[in-house]
Design a protein around this ligand. Sequence first.
Ligand code: ARG
Length: 459
Amino acid sequence: MAKMWAGRTSGATEKLADDFNSSISFDSRMYKQDIKGSMAHAAMLSAQKIISDQDAKTLIDGLSDILEDIETGKLPIDMECEDIHMFVEQVLTERLGDVGKKLHTARSRNDQVALDIRMYLRDECEEITALIKNLITALKTQAETEKETIMPGYTHLQRAQPVTFAHYLLAYAMMLLRDCDRIADCKKRINVSPIGCCALAGTTYNTDRRYEAKALGFDGICLNSLDGVSDRDFCVELLSDISILMMHLSRFAEEIILFSSWEFKFIELSDAYTTGSSIMPQKKNPDMAELVRGKTGRVYGDLIALLTTLKGLPLAYNKDMQEDKEGVFDACDTVKMCLKVFTGMIETMCANKDNMLAAAQKGFINATDLADYLVKKGLPFRSAYKISGEIVALCIKENTVLENLPLETYKTFSDLFEDDLYEDISLKTCVEKRISEGGTSVSSVNAQIEYINEKLLSI
Ligand code: ARG
């Protein structure tokens, strides 16, 4: 096929080389951004008297027809083309004749592709953020009904201190809020326009880069043309942010898998978000959570792949950079799917309060509160800690729990023990008394929910 860039060369390339070189199979998804960018470019060229108003109108109308024809399916994207930029320009020229050939004045595919990716990714930021917000809302809704549901909190996966299920869920909501902040920050650096940097050095035409940037909704322009066409930091940044987000989802997924196992049975996933086994009739597998955990690996791979692609590149544009898109698109597609599935899974999940409480009643998770009781009565914490440890050891030996040990036995350890100790070590008190900011008490959980509500409105 004759190349639009044929001139210096005859344009005759090997089919294998063409296929290798082509990016249309994955960059065709940026057709809308490419066309919108070209419309703004034509408008700028006429505003600056580089082309006539009539030519600009013809180009803009032609581009708008192409957009409509692609969207209605009238114009299938030709996969034989090198990339989406060439495809749009080729169709425009076929339809408009020589006027179509004027569009590429004062630009290059190098600034054009950078523009398209930035426009594409800023929309992705919006979509991902909206999906994170849905998940946060699902967590908050579950938390509202679980403020008094006591479960063991763990460190080293050993029962540590009692927390409420609401408090536990809100920990993930906080992580997800930070993910929203990170993506919003990244979007600031995405939303800077490279168009007008041209191939690498700017142009001799009297262009107005800021006019074009403003028309396309950018906050500013790249101030160095070499940087403008070779910068893919924003792709790396978004990939990092998505990787962190996936890491959060993966940690959560791991706990969902654990907590829905027979060994824990703290939660029950809805049938709608589980699968059966082809051989074992009793199975209800948390496949969705496992897949989220599994897909985290591929997103990390996308990040590392791009960092590695970029690390040895000299300025400015190099064809290696065409490798930027598949990874970043894959990461966006993957995280969006994971967020949707996760939200459904959380919305339909049920807490098994009895099992959570039963687990909390084992493991001496009120031992810290026993020590705190003695501190309250005047003993230094280290001494109180030692006595409590000895009492726990006795309970283990006698196969009992702190709540059931008689007061006389307590008194053999310290005279400070009185009848009120049982109130202090009840799990309900242990949770209720943790009123420090960010703690697990109902009042603190309510404050967290209030904070989340405010944040959700501001994102
Ligand atoms: N398809 C190319 C890419 O994705 C577009 C830019 C091509 N520029 C060039 N000088 N060959 O990076």
